[in-house]
Design a protein. Sequence first.
Length: 640
Amino acid sequence: MRRTILLLSLCLAVSVFAQNKNDKRPHRLTNKVAVERKIQKIEAPVPFMERAFSVSSAKALKAKASIEANRAQEKYNINGWLESGTVRANAQSDSKEQIDSVVMHNNANQKVSRQYFIYNDQHWSIKRINSLWDASTSSWAEVEVYTFARDDEGYVLSQQLVYPEWNEGSKEEFVYEVINGMKLGISCTISYMLDGVWFYDSKEEYKYDNRGNISEQVILMYDPDASEWIPSDKLIAEYDEKNRQNAFESYYWTGMEWEGLTKQYFVFNNDGDTELYLQYLWAPATKDWFCYYKLENVFENGRIDMQTESFWNKTKGDWSGIEEYNGVMMYCGKTTFEYDDKGREIYELYQMNKENGWQKEVDIEKTWTETDKGANLSQKMYYYTSADNKEFRKDLWVEYNTLGLETYVIEKHLIDGVWTSLYEEAYSWDTVGNLLGSQYWEYVDGQKLAYIAEEYVYDTDNNVIESHHAFGQGTGADDWINVSRFTYIYENNVRIEKMAYMWNEDHWIANWGEGMKYDYSILNSDLILPTELADKYKIIEAYDYVGAGTDWEVNTFVYHYSKDGVSNLTNVNENAFSVYPNPVVDVLSINSNEDAEINVYSVQGAKLISTVGRQVNMSNLVAGFYIVEVNGTRMKIMKK
């Protein structure tokens, strides 16, 4: 919970002080103006994944759920637009390792799922296959197949996700153009597959300024009846000399022309603070924008000294306000700030320009007191009832330690003539500023009730190694009940395990967990990957824990890599390897460039032969069907 600070809010169409005085969730406003929407650099494949699942059938969603655990461990964040920079850097050397597959085993060490990666000769990812293990056939069943087409520079030209079993999928196709020496994406076309047939869905077209910033984005929807693209939305952006987006416009297509929705304009200072913010309304009569709102901030030495909020008076033709917009009378406002010699705020005054001129509305007095523990802040908020009279209505008390961190907070409001506490907060810290614990209470009908509490334990490197969380039960100030507990383990100052527990009446039981095993001698930058992994080091294994009472069940994800840029799975994974002859009489050969681990099983699962090489002698086996496993991948063969 945070206290009210007297600044103007862009989010409110009327004065911020028109809020419900009984609201126990006070707002903290800021001089940093928030942008409603910005045009960002395109990262199409991320929403591509979301869109693919959002339109899939129930069958496809079932497949998604089936491999959710595997997906949770997948650390890849695919970038379709302009992704080739990192990819090229990692793919230049044939001496680097590349990830070939991630195989998940359950608690019984049985195969569950696999992600398998295929690269082209330039070591760029061109395919990723997610499969589930089919125990009945002892083989991998493809569930999701991702395919990427690239140009010679590694830029993604198309990417698609297909669910093979149901012939459903999603596809994006990208077009690039060299603009001012920069290769930039100018269109993205999205299609969906149903019953094996691709259908257009939508398209996005882009324009850029001379520095490569997106200046226009047009969204079109496909009309299958007319077999044409229909405009839907348009976004326009501008940027300042530091490439900060300082203007934004949005439009929608009426069927005849573009109609404006929103327009904003910003001016920033060198520190990135907003000095000017303008907001516009669309005027249908003139088919143009009309600036009706202005916010101005004055800064000095990094502090805000004054903030003014103005509304355009259409009758007077000036910024005096007192004008109705959308059925609400809007008044201009002004807030001034004062500080002590330590740069701490000590006073705010908010004034409003009404029919009889500028009037004081609210002021805040802040008194700082130094103590042997740090400092205390007394903040009192007054509401003016007339030009010379004001009423004390809100009281805030804050205690700080010597590090300037809050240790205690209580806020009270005058409600119907009675001073009423709203909430209390208490914090404890160690000597370096780590949060050791916090408690929060809320007041209901005058009674102090426990709400939420937390505790933290740290190691000597200031990493959290344990945390506890509790909720109040609504009966008193100390009726805390445990809710959750987390433990953490670190290695080389890297977190390798997080375990979650939940409270069960009178004891903790296992809930969920995750863990990692790294090779700290190899950085991700030294690996060939489809895209950068989120982790810093080479992943050996990942673990997904599921609570089983007081014990754990674990799913293990094993990461397989190949050396020298040559995949050791090219010939032995995904049934891409070949075995011959089939049927076999005596010796079965593996068509592989290197030795493989070969196991032969009966169809009942009994291991009959285990060897390493490129051949296996099956002459002593009786005629029939057998399962041959090569480096973990199985296929059925017949022995004569």
